[in-house]
Design a protein. Structure first.
Length: 134
């Protein structure tokens, strides 16, 4: 089954209300959480939760992804997103450990980890007075 018909509410602008998109992806998973595209939908849902400043919701979705699809969840983007969530929560030590764990398993993600050191990422760390782990 194709999940596409449920996804038209996906936001097209950065400042869009994310609620409808989160609801649409959640509904798609309720209808068929075993679909071969479910891991991708779950990853998108976790990203939306993080973008909506719902770190707890993002972690819950990633935990569910890793429990339901252990093979498909062993991807660099899962480690990177989990690290981003920890960073958003202010746990920079755990974020760094998660990035390094992902990098050890997925060396191809080195550039993505480096991008997280860019000024746009560091601004949030600097505003909190903490840059020690990067």
């Amino acid at each position: 089954r194709d999940l596409h018909p449920i996804l038209p509410s996906f936001p097209t602008r950065r400042n869009s209300d994310l609620g409808p998109a989160i609801e649409g992806l959640s509904k798609a998973l309720e209808l068929d959480a075993t679909n071969e595209r479910a891991p991708d939908v779950m990853l998108a849902l976790a990203r939306l939760h993080l973008q909506a400043k719902d770190s707890g919701g993002a972690l819950e979705v990633l935990d569910s992804l890793q429990a339901s699809f252990p093979v498909q969840s062993d991807r660099a983007e899962v480690f990177l997103l989990r690290g981003d969530i920890y960073r958003e929560l202010g746990d920079f030590q755990l974020a760094q450990e998660t990035y390094q764990e992902g990098l050890a398993e997925h060396p191809e993600a080195a550039e993505a980890v480096e991008q997280r050191k860019a000024p746009s990422y560091l601004d949030s760390l600097e505003s909190l007075g903490y840059l020690g782990y990067f």
